[in-house]
Design a protein around this ligand. Structure first.
Ligand SMILES: [Zn+2]
Length: 363
């Protein structure tokens, strides 16, 4: 008989019947100790901290961890480093059976009783179990210094500049019966894109001296790219169905620009404008400036929806509004997950490259 470990408890897995052993006399009740706990994604480690921890309270306020809103949860999760065995600490992760991986105890959103796995991370400074969260939390993403008011003014400025651009094109068209087609399709798309940088400079750079970091030009977790590629596949699937429906009604989402390529002396300026300039400028304006500026005041999903609607409207193609809105929301979601403009820009680059390759192959 082994009587040296009388304080272990065994939690039997409802799926495979395996008993996972925990070196604790009973499942702890987080509420009694004012503790927060999270499991990693594998569900084999526990992170424990005190809700009196000053770094916790600085991050999300003085609410107990089980009472946080979705947004507050995500804010906290984003600042946690990976678990010692890999994977993220997330509020939705349950404790899992060490043999089959099925849940054996709910996440903090479902139960305040928690299990402490071996090799766990104790940071409960109030009970003296650990050193507290200090030094563990990553620095919070800096909030955009410009306000929603600056965003609205920036959008108006962009619209006015674009309108002036269209008026100029209209006048030039009147003056030249046969405009140089290469100039037309190379210079103007690039100029129209670059116009979007003027309000960004005016309302973020000139007014608030915001560094490029504040516009999202910062490091990002590589996993976000994987999520983005997955979502891009989902987008292609949905937009394929959408295009089939449009086709049945004799419509198309975007005009066929293949004939244009036939007339161009060189396709490269148009390719450069579409593949390089558009992702760079549009992500900076719609995600780095508009979305980022709005999410400091609105829920991120509303900020994403508003920026996506503006992004879609700017394409000036009625039947492309829905796909463009979905893409705009996708790019904003990637920004929200990474606090960086780069993942959306990379996806935007891939998307436009595929579109261009498709056009060139079919021309
Ligand atoms: Zn099991």
């Amino acid at each position: 008989m082994d009587e040296a470990v009388p304080t272990n408890i065994v939690v039997t897995c409802p799926s495979c019947g395996h008993g996972t052993v925990f070196q604790m006399p009973w499942p702890f009740h987080a509420g009694y100790g004012d503790q927060g706990f999270l499991y990693n994604e594998a569900g084999d480690r526990t992170l424990i901290w005190s809700s009196f921890d000053p770094d916790y309270q600085a991050a999300v306020g003085s609410k107990p961890p089980w009472a946080l809103t979705d947004e507050e949860r995500q804010k906290f999760e984003d600042r946690l480093p990976p678990a010692p065995s890999g994977g993220r600490w997330l509020f939705r992760n349950p404790a899992r059976c060490v043999r089959c991986g099925n849940p054996i105890s709910g996440p903090i959103t479902e139960t305040t009783y928690y299990l402490r796995y071996d090799g766990s991370v104790d940071r409960d400074v109030a009970r003296g179990w650990g050193p507290g969260l200090k030094g563990m939390l990553k620095p919070a993403a800096p909030a955009a210094p410009w306000r929603p008011r600056d965003v609205w003014l920036g959008v108006v400025m962009a619209a006015v500049l674009m309108g002036a651009g269209y008026a100029l094109v209209f006048v030039l068209r009147g003056l030249h019966a046969h405009p140089n087609v290469d100039l037309w399709y190379a210079l103007f798309p690039t100029l129209f894109e670059l116009v979007l940088l003027v309000p960004v400079w005016w309302f973020a750079g000139r007014k608030y001296h915001a560094p490029l970091r504040a516009l999202g030009f910062r490091k990002f977790p590589g996993s976000v790219l994987g999520i983005g590629v997955g979502l891009l596949f989902a987008f292609y699937f949905a937009s394929g169905i959408y295009n089939l429906i449009l086709h049945r009604f004799g419509l198309q989402a975007q005009p066929d620009i293949r004939p244009v390529f036939g007339e161009l002396a060189s396709p490269w300026p148009l390719i450069f404008s579409t593949v390089i300039v558009a992702p760079l400028v549009e992500e900076t304006f719609f995600r780095g400036f508009v979305f980022n500026g709005l999410r400091s005041r609105f829920h991120w999903a509303w900020a994403a929806a508003i920026s996506a609607a503006l992004f879609a409207a700017a394409h000036l193609e009625i039947w492309f509004f829905l796909p463009a809105f979905a893409l705009g929301f996708l790019f904003a979601f990637l920004y929200q997950r990474s606090n960086s403009v780069w993942p959306g820009m990379a996806l935007h680059f891939i998307l436009n490259s595929i579109a261009m390759i498709g056009i060139l192959v079919l021309t």
